[in-house]
Design a binder for this molecule. Structure first.
Ligand code: NAG
Ligand code: NAG
Ligand code: NAG
Ligand code: NAG
Ligand code: NAG
Ligand code: NAG
Length: 435
């Protein structure tokens, strides 16, 4: 597949229809859009709700930081897909979507309408590794701005997938919405369509609470405005190697990587194989990617072993009693021997040290300990499975570690901003709003 020169014509020409306010006034040009985020407790999947198509069908879709574009399967949408438009092969839209082939009617793709010469691509379910090949199209997405007006975005790119691809998703989800570094992801499309900064802030909720995602740039309510001013930043890195295929390998260039240089437990740095921490520019191996489709941070076998070893030692020094491990976790403890703090169980902190020793992402008990049965809490990190978490990337920062942190993905500046645990500031993602 070729890569193409910058083509912003398609998105720029997307017609924007501003819906009227109920009082008949035209809403102002939006600066940012807001999306609710929930967590499904059975699967630990994070999802949002969108309204899509001419009938504004409500769809619950998983949030995939590394996902290329929106894909779903919904009979309810299908039966009312009046404004669906297939994307034709050889068009600018097809190039922007980076489609990899052409489907014809006789192949009976599961598209709302049977069209020849349809630009097509793979969609990936990162929970199972299953893929599906079908046509790309566009339809109307309704989005809520932070000023509470609703906007319609025409020509929003997506892929109507086979229902088999839903296997492995939480029962109320009908697909996934991609936030990756493509030109057809949700942030990329809204940014081009409304000429807003290509940036989004993710605040993942913990179980039983609500979180939010804000796309664009806006002020937040107190105390989030203050918190965002004291946010630390680290460069967003690109993995130059993309290997086509399923997510087991994935197109890594579209994922968000950060440069973890070392890991500390308390003040003690782990002794790690440095080769694993950096991205090999030739093979694409190594490095640290951030994925909302991983429940817990997974670490290369040798990094995981070093973490468990040091954490168990540091916990013992705090008189925390180790008990039998509960899969998939490698270190579990008697919760009666753990006291609690504002930021969760009082356990040794885990730091991901970034570009310098003074820039680190610190995980407190709320983000490092998970209940795994009666009276048992486990270290909420797992060993990377070569074929589930990718054979090449050493660390996947997972959802549990991101919960109740403000994470600002600023693609324009190629930076990730991260707050410390919001619990230390007596708040949580449940309260996060635009001003
Ligand atoms: C569109 O939505 C309306 C109102 O919810 C519903 O009555 C109608 O059946 C829907 N149309 C289709 C084709 O599903
Ligand atoms: C699609 O192409 C096939 C083969 O050329 C043709 O037989 C069929 O009529 C076309 N279908 C439509 C809907 O254009
Ligand atoms: C989360 O949102 C739902 C629906 O919007 C609401 O009913 C519920 O009270 C909220 N939960 C919390 C903890 O705020
Ligand atoms: C990977 O994604 C990038 C960005 O969308 C694209 O330019 C490149 O062609 C893709 N490569 C493969 C092999 O899929
Ligand atoms: C460090 O990791 C690299 C990449 O997996 C491996 O080739 C090398 O042998 C490792 N070095 C040591 C000392 O284990
Ligand atoms: C990993 O791959 C092996 C061999 O292909 C397979 O037997 C195993 O079930 C896979 N494990 C997971 C967790 O997918």
């Amino acid at each position: 597949m070729a890569s193409y020169p910058t083509l912003s014509i398609f998105i720029a020409s997307s017609l924007l229809i501003l819906s009227s306010f109920s009082n008949g006034k035209t809403p102002p040009k939006p600066k940012a859009f807001t999306f609710p985020i929930w967590k499904d407790d059975t699967t630990n999947q994070y999802y949002t709700t969108i309204q899509f198509g001419s009938n504004a069908t409500t769809l619950n879709v998983g949030v995939d930081l590394g996902g290329k574009l929106l894909w779903f399967n919904s009979p309810e949408y299908f039966s009312a897909a009046d404004s669906f438009r297939p994307t034709r092969c050889g068009t600018k839209q097809c190039k922007i979507a980076d489609g990899i082939g052409c489907v014809f009617c006789f192949l009976s793709p599961p598209a709302p309408r049977c069209t020849n010469n349809t630009c097509s691509d793979y969609a990936l379910n990162p929970f199972t590794g299953n893929e599906d090949y079908s046509g790309i199209g566009t339809d109307v997405l309704r989005v809520g701005s932070t000023r509470r007006a609703q906007y319609k975005v025409n020509n929003f790119p997506f892929k109507y997938a086979h229902d088999a691809l839903l296997e492995g998703l939480a029962t109320n989800l009908v697909g996934l919405i991609g936030l990756a570094r493509t030109r057809v992801s949700l942030p990329a499309h809204l940014s081009s369509a409304f000429k807003i900064r290509e940036k989004f802030t993710l605040c993942l909720p913990s179980s039983g609470a609500n979180g939010s995602m804000i796309i664009g740039e806006t002020a937040y309510i107190k105390p989030f405005q203050q918190i965002s001013k004291s946010i630390r930043t680290t460069p967003l890195l690109r993995n130059p190697v993309s290997i086509n295929g399923n997510e087991v390998i994935g197109n890594l260039t579209i994922q968000y990587f950060i440069g973890v240089k070392s890991i500390r437990v308390g003040e003690t740095p782990l002794v790690l194989n440095q080769t694993l921490l950096s991205i090999n520019k030739r093979t694409g191996e190594g490095g640290t990617s951030i994925r909302t489709v991983r429940a817990y941070t997974s670490l290369h076998k040798s990094i995981y072993a070093a973490l468990v070893n040091e954490f168990v030692k540091a916990a013992a020094a705090k008189n925390i009693k180790r008990v039998a491990s509960v899969a998939p976790f490698g270190a579990c403890f008697d919760s009666k021997t753990i006291s609690s703090t504002k930021a969760g169980p009082d356990v040794p902190t885990v730091d991901f040290v970034l570009q310098s020793k003074s820039v680190y992402w610190r995980f407190y008990g709320w983000n490092t300990m998970v209940r795994a049965g009666d009276g048992v809490m486990c270290l909420a990190f797992v060993e990377g499975q070569p074929n589930l978490s990718g054979p090449t990337t050493s660390i996947f920062v997972g959802g549990y570690q991101m919960e109740n942190h403000l994470l600002e993905f600023d693609m324009a500046a190629e930076k990730l901003g991260f707050s410390s645990s919001l619990l230390l500031r007596d708040t949580s993602c449940n309260q996060f709003r635009a001003a």
